[in-house]
Design a protein around this ligand. Structure first.
Ligand code: HEM
Length: 209
């Protein structure tokens, strides 16, 4: 089968640009945030032009991430709503990992793991943004007490750890399930990939044409 006949469209160019802006900003935030988090990681400030520049630029990258993720959120949230099949899939995760998916419900565009990544990042990025505003003294110092800033610092650090861990799982899964990365680079996947991993979605896509 020719390359183009075998390709199933999964993401528009707009969605992909939106996704990669989000990905790059999360990586830059993790690096600049770790630089500010602990003296042993201070050397990372070299990447951003020194300590003061890192402190200044980190919150602005946070604004980019927040706005960009909001775009992903509104594009994809309906496709990430939980349903009964997701609960069945989660309960049989062992079978999925061992490549014995036959007998499990056919999946729509996203599986339960992807949905958990989606909702996990949605909650954590919202918390990171709100706690970050409390810590952004240049503009908002007067709006919170010292105790509130201390609490915000703890929430901010814990949520950052959570978001980085979820990001690692997300990238690992994208590499581990072969044929997935091209969904976000080229915008298409193969018919075989779609049939194997997201059959219900595949049937809907084929039905459209
Ligand atoms: C280098 C880093 C990243 C890589 C390699 C990567 C890769 C991918 C790939 C291949 C897909 C398509 C999966 C599919 O259609 O089945 C995807 C989807 C997605 N990615 Fe990423 N990603 C990265 C970073 C991020 C970050 C930092 C976020 C958010 C904080 C993110 C949020 C999403 C969302 C929301 C989707 C759509 C899936 C859904 O809504 O459940 N990605 N990513």
């Amino acid at each position: 089968m020719s390359e183009s006949k075998n390709a199933v469209s999964r993401y528009t160019t707009g969605a992909r640009i939106n996704h990669w802006i989000t990905a790059v900003s999360l990586i830059l935030l993790a690096l600049s945030g770790m630089a500010l988090f602990h003296p042993s990681l201070y050397f990372l400030t070299n990447l951003f032009g020194g300590g003061q520049a890192t402190r200044a630029v980190h919150p602005w990258i946070g604004v980019v991430l927040f706005v960009s993720f909001l775009g992903l959120f509104f594009r994809f949230f309906t496709l990430n709503l939980w349903n009964r099949d997701d609960t069945v899939w989660m309960k049989n995760l062992g079978a999925v990992i061992n490549d014995r998916e036959e007998g499990l419900p056919e999946l729509g565009k996203y599986n339960a793991g992807q949905k958990l990544v989606f909702w996990g990042q949605s909650i954590l990025i919202l918390l990171l943004f709100c706690s970050g505003l409390v810590l952004w003294d240049v503009y908002f110092a007067a709006f919170s007490s010292i105790d509130q800033k201390r609490l915000a610092a703890v929430v901010h650090a814990l949520c950052a750890i959570g978001a980085i861990l979820i990001w690692i799982v997300h990238v690992y899964a994208a590499i581990w399930v072969k044929g997935t990365i091209r969904a976000m680079t080229r915008g298409t996947v193969t018919r075989g990939w779609s049939w194997k991993h997201h059959r219900k979605w595949f049937r809907q896509e084929v039905g459209k044409h």
